[in-house]
Design a protein around this ligand. Structure first.
Ligand code: ADP
Ligand code: MG
Length: 748
């Protein structure tokens, strides 16, 4: 074995020996061999190479030799060890007890650095030793060690930071250790390099892990592709080559004439080099291998078309492209996806790396569809509003002429026919009201009403749309107090609830509608806290079915707009949210109880208004007859059938009727014959000059003349009040008695 002491040129020889032995090695074996050689060369009792931790608080040995024999690695705190000095001074520490003056022998600048005397230093050193023995984690390990001579060498990285140490300890004071200085310096430079490269690898691994974690923690699918293989295939290709013949127009591409095989053969060569974990869950695959082999079979035709476009873009050196398409997952379910591919700048020529980001936009698509659907509904609503108006105009003459005819006829069976016409017209007019309600053209009109009447009307409307297998029961409450409500809204609410109940009973069953009153006192409110609920008397309406019931987890959602469990085209999910809106508008609240397989009950509570209760009694008054005098009526309407039938009624009563078919004529006529006119019936919607404009001209001249507005649209009661005194409104189509009522308001 090599012996430094018996060698003519010991340092040079030992370095040569070292170099011979370690140059092929790296990592653990490198450090093991290095430690061994230091141990043999110095004949020290303990030798180790240690790695300084990132936050510089401890040292972990990479290799440890005790009396020439490899020992197991250990860890110790820097704070309590001699290494503390090495890290602090970034220099070799040499302690030679045979020569008390030799500390920091390396640089001979000990006094400059330390600015302390040898004695002072010695004290400090002894303190370290004591601390080391008392406090060090490895105290036990060192317990029996006698440290006579000590060499500590720092290992540096290229930034001159201490990243490791070599420690050599002699238990006996045998010789001057200064002679190992150069040897240790050279060895340490090799070890520094190796340690730094290890640290760099470790850092690389750490960064790699960081990016890997980021890559896998996202909820979008990311793919990395290597498309270098297809570059040549595509380079010489024209887009038209993808089509069997003729010119290429991607948008109108007919897939049957499309050379799918060619595209497939090209795509097949693209290597998927990485995918993140989310990709597997998004496409429902177990492993990356499965994914890469099966993904080709899951491409949609549309996707293939768009890939061809992407090929062409790549060729023209486009860096990124976004498109939306569809994909299948492994369960053959269609996913709507957005795809964004991007080619890093350094890869633009080689196509070696293409990053593809795939997002599942199925939900987004679904919401878009629903938004379109509700826009459509809005449009239908507007259309319905328009149609309703014209429809009411057409109904007016039907009702009027039928009523006139009824008066002329004597035969009972003939009168019955007319009654049929009249009741059909009334139903048609009710339908129009529904349309108006739907289009929200009609303002809500709160009147005192009896809920059981509303329910009865709803049931009549429902009769045709409810299967015979379902029985619909209505338990009336005789003592039911009236509520203030909008009958159309309430009717709609009942329709919605009953139709939902019907839908919940595909095999038939029973729907029970029950009404009653309940007093909600402060106490019961305390136990069932509901926002904005006043104590007092409430109408309690319940609608019970014995259908499928509603899952507990869904109960919170059913009132949300667009929430539906029905298949597309069947449900809109708007029914219950409208019900909720109606109940709120009436100052009430709604509750639902449901059990799967047993059935569902919706409870609706609406406050009973004391004022409404008394008012409703006053309101009962019998229809009036036309006042019998020779009045002159100015009738303004642009619809021929409407003014003709209205004029007919009025003439039959003995009135003189002057007809104007537009606003200007009406104003002109009024100016000329003002004195002879007793009352004006004024259509609101007319071209050029509207009824309201005519009204304001006439009112300026004459405050007293009564005006009855007429329209196919209902009018807001507040708006009517704004017109001032001597104004009233009649909605088309009107019955003769209604017209008589309105006229006698002013002319009796
Ligand atoms: P839609 O009827 O268009 O689905 P709704 O807002 O009226 O919309 O109802 C929302 C959902 O609430 C329904 O799809 C259904 O799942 C549930 N639902 C409502 N009423 C009942 C009921 N009586 N029984 C069972 N489920 C019901
Ligand atoms: Mg519904």
């Amino acid at each position: 074995m090599f012996d430094i002491n018996n060698n003519p040129c010991p340092i040079a020889k030992s370095i040569e020996f070292f170099w011979e032995n370690i140059r092929q090695l790296s990592g653990e074996s490198f450090f093991s061999k290095s430690t061994e050689i230091v141990s043999l060369t110095t004949k020290a009792n303990y030798v180790w190479i240690g790695d300084v931790s990132k936050n510089k608080d401890k040292i972990t040995t990479l290799s440890f030799f005790q009396n020439g024999v490899k020992g197991s690695n250990f860890e110790y705190l820097i704070k309590n060890s001699l290494c503390c000095i090495i890290l602090e001074k970034k220099d070799i520490l040499l302690v030679d007890s045979s020569n008390k003056n030799q500390y920091f022998v390396d640089s001979n600048k000990e006094n400059e650095i330390l600015n302390e005397t040898t004695e002072e230093y010695m004290d400090r050193f002894n303190n370290y030793i004591n601390d080391f023995n008392e406090n060090s984690k490895v105290n036990l390990f060192f317990e029996n060690w006698t440290i006579e001579n000590y060499i500590g060498v720092p290992l540096f990285n290229s930034k001159k930071e201490v990243i490791g140490v070599i420690v050599v300890i002699f238990s006996e004071n045998t010789e001057h250790i200064a002679k190992f200085k150069l040897f240790m310096e050279i060895i340490s430079s090799f070890c520094s390099q190796e340690l730094e490269s290890i640290e760099q690898k470790r850092e690389c691994k750490y960064q790699e892990q960081r990016f890997y974690d980021l890559f896998n923690s996202t909820q979008i699918s990311i793919w990395e592709l290597d498309a270098s293989n297809i570059k040549n295939d595509i380079k010489d290709m024209n887009l038209n080559d993808f089509k069997k013949s003729g010119d290429f127009n991607l948008e109108q591409l007919d897939l049957s004439s499309f050379n799918i095989d060619l595209v497939f053969n090209i795509i097949k060569k693209v290597k998927i080099t990485a995918i993140n974990n989310y990709t597997l869950s998004m496409f429902k695959f177990e492993s990356k291998k499965e994914f890469t082999t099966d993904i080709l079979s899951l491409l949609s035709d549309d996707f293939i078309k768009k890939i061809v476009l992407s090929f062409n873009l790549l060729k023209s050196k486009t860096f990124s492209h976004y498109f939306e398409s569809s994909f299948k997952n492994s369960l053959n379910e269609t996913l709507n996806v957005s795809i964004k591919w991007e080619i890093p700048i350094y890869s633009i020529d080689s196509w070696e790396r293409i990053i593809v980001v795939v997002q599942d936009i199925t939900d987004k698509k679904c919401y878009e569809l629903k938004a379109i659907q509700s826009e459509k509904m809005e449009a239908v609503g507007m259309l319905a509003g328009g149609v309703a108006h014209d429809f009411n105009n057409q109904l007016t003459p039907i009702v009027t002429f039928a009523e006139i005819l009824k008066e002329e006829l004597n035969e009972q069976y003939q009168i019955k026919y007319i009654d049929n016409i009249l009741s059909a017209a009334t139903r048609a007019s009710d339908l129009v009201d529904q349309l108006l309600m739907f289009s929200r053209k009609g303002e809500s009109i709160f009147v005192s009403l009896n809920i059981d009447d509303v329910i009865q009307e709803s049931i009549e409307l429902l009769e045709r749309s409810i299967d015979k297998k379902i029985t619909l029961k209505h338990e009336k409450n005789v003592l039911m107090a009236p509520i203030m409500g909008d009958s159309t809204m309430l009717q709609n609410m009942i329709l919605n609830l009953v139709i939902n109940a019907r839908d919940a009973m595909p095999n038939g069953g029973e729907i029970l509608i029950n009404t009653g009153t309940i007093t909600i006192d402060t106490l019961s409110l305390l136990f069932n806290i509901k926002d904005n609920i006043q104590s007092g008397d409430y109408l309690k309406l319940s609608i019970t079915d014995n259908g499928v019931g509603i899952d507990k987890t869904l109960l919170n959602n059913i009132f949300s707009p667009f929430f539906t469990t029905k298949e597309p085209g069947k449900g809109t999910g708007l029914g219950l949210s409208a019900v909720y809106g109606t109940v709120k508008k009436h100052g009430g609240f709604i509750n639902v109880e449901s059990e799967l397989g047993v059935g569902t009950t919706f409870y609706i509570f609406i406050p009973i208004n004391k004022v409404a209760s008394s008012k409703s009694l006053e309101q009962v008054s019998s229809p009036k007859k036309f006042p019998k005098q020779n009045y002159t009526v100015l009738l303004v309407d642009d619809e021929e059938l409407v003014y003709k039938s209205t004029a007919e009624i009025l003439k039959r009563v003995g009135y003189s009727v002057m007809i104007c078919t537009n606003g200007e004529d009406a104003v002109e006529y009024f100016e000329r014959y003002e004195a002879s006119i007793d009352i004006i019936i004024l259509d609101i919607i007319m071209p050029i000059m509207s009824g309201k404009e005519v009204f304001s001209v006439i009112r300026q001249k004459n405050q007293q003349i009564p005006v009855i507005f007429s329209s196919g649209y209902p009018i807001d009661s507040e708006e009517l009040l704004n017109f001032g005194e001597k104004v009233s409104f009649i909605q088309k189509p009107f019955k003769i008695s209604e017209l008589a009522d309105k006229i006698s308001e002013f002319l009796d």
